[in-house]
Design a binder for this molecule. Structure first.
Ligand code: FE2
Length: 93
Protein backbone atom coordinates (compact mmCIF):
# COMPACT_ATOMS: atom_id res chain seq x y z
CA UNK A 1 0.00 0.00 0.00
CA UNK A 2 1.21 3.48 -0.78
CA UNK A 3 2.01 5.71 2.16
CA UNK A 4 1.99 9.47 1.84
CA UNK A 5 3.58 10.05 5.22
CA UNK A 6 6.11 8.46 7.50
CA UNK A 7 4.07 6.44 9.97
CA UNK A 8 7.22 5.39 11.74
CA UNK A 9 8.01 8.94 12.86
CA UNK A 10 9.15 8.42 16.43
CA UNK A 11 7.96 11.89 17.40
CA UNK A 12 4.38 11.18 16.45
CA UNK A 13 1.83 10.47 19.13
CA UNK A 14 -0.35 7.40 18.98
CA UNK A 15 -3.56 9.28 18.10
CA UNK A 16 -1.82 10.89 15.14
CA UNK A 17 -0.51 7.53 13.94
CA UNK A 18 -3.86 5.84 14.43
CA UNK A 19 -5.61 8.63 12.51
CA UNK A 20 -3.12 8.49 9.66
CA UNK A 21 -3.32 4.70 9.60
CA UNK A 22 -7.11 4.87 9.38
CA UNK A 23 -6.76 7.20 6.38
CA UNK A 24 -4.22 4.85 4.77
CA UNK A 25 -6.51 1.90 5.43
CA UNK A 26 -9.41 3.75 3.72
CA UNK A 27 -7.15 4.17 0.69
CA UNK A 28 -6.34 0.47 0.83
CA UNK A 29 -10.01 -0.49 0.92
CA UNK A 30 -10.80 1.81 -2.02
CA UNK A 31 -7.89 0.36 -3.99
CA UNK A 32 -9.20 -3.13 -3.24
CA UNK A 33 -12.66 -2.15 -4.53
CA UNK A 34 -11.10 -0.76 -7.72
CA UNK A 35 -9.11 -3.96 -8.26
CA UNK A 36 -12.07 -6.25 -7.63
CA UNK A 37 -14.28 -4.22 -9.96
CA UNK A 38 -11.59 -4.30 -12.64
CA UNK A 39 -11.48 -8.08 -12.28
CA UNK A 40 -15.27 -8.21 -12.45
CA UNK A 41 -15.05 -6.54 -15.83
CA UNK A 42 -12.55 -9.16 -17.00
CA UNK A 43 -14.65 -12.28 -16.43
CA UNK A 44 -17.88 -13.80 -17.58
CA UNK A 45 -17.64 -16.67 -15.08
CA UNK A 46 -20.86 -16.65 -13.05
CA UNK A 47 -19.22 -17.93 -9.87
CA UNK A 48 -16.41 -15.40 -10.09
CA UNK A 49 -18.88 -12.58 -10.63
CA UNK A 50 -21.02 -13.65 -7.68
CA UNK A 51 -18.02 -14.08 -5.40
CA UNK A 52 -16.32 -10.82 -6.36
CA UNK A 53 -19.55 -8.81 -6.08
CA UNK A 54 -20.00 -10.14 -2.54
CA UNK A 55 -16.43 -9.19 -1.67
CA UNK A 56 -16.85 -5.68 -3.13
CA UNK A 57 -19.88 -5.13 -0.88
CA UNK A 58 -17.82 -6.23 2.12
CA UNK A 59 -15.02 -3.83 1.16
CA UNK A 60 -17.54 -0.99 0.91
CA UNK A 61 -18.66 -1.85 4.43
CA UNK A 62 -15.04 -1.68 5.57
CA UNK A 63 -14.75 1.81 4.07
CA UNK A 64 -17.70 2.87 6.20
CA UNK A 65 -16.22 1.31 9.32
CA UNK A 66 -12.91 3.04 8.76
CA UNK A 67 -14.59 6.40 8.16
CA UNK A 68 -16.38 5.83 11.47
CA UNK A 69 -13.03 5.26 13.13
CA UNK A 70 -11.50 8.30 11.42
CA UNK A 71 -14.41 10.52 12.47
CA UNK A 72 -14.06 9.26 16.05
CA UNK A 73 -10.33 9.99 16.08
CA UNK A 74 -10.55 13.29 14.18
CA UNK A 75 -13.96 14.96 14.54
CA UNK A 76 -12.96 17.78 12.17
CA UNK A 77 -12.78 15.18 9.39
CA UNK A 78 -16.42 14.34 10.06
CA UNK A 79 -17.44 18.00 10.08
CA UNK A 80 -15.72 18.64 6.76
CA UNK A 81 -16.96 15.38 5.25
CA UNK A 82 -20.54 16.29 6.13
CA UNK A 83 -20.04 19.82 4.80
CA UNK A 84 -18.79 18.34 1.54
CA UNK A 85 -21.84 16.10 1.27
CA UNK A 86 -24.09 19.09 1.93
CA UNK A 87 -22.35 21.15 -0.76
CA UNK A 88 -22.71 18.29 -3.20
CA UNK A 89 -26.40 17.89 -2.41
CA UNK A 90 -26.91 21.64 -2.91
CA UNK A 91 -25.12 21.44 -6.25
CA UNK A 92 -27.34 18.57 -7.36
CA UNK A 93 -30.63 20.20 -6.32
FE1 FE2 B 1 -11.53 -4.80 3.44
Amino acid sequence: MRRFFNILDANSNNNFLTTQNARADIIGELEAIMQYEAHLNQTDNTYAIETIRDIVKEEMLHVGQLFGLLFYLNPESKTQFEAGLKEFDETMS
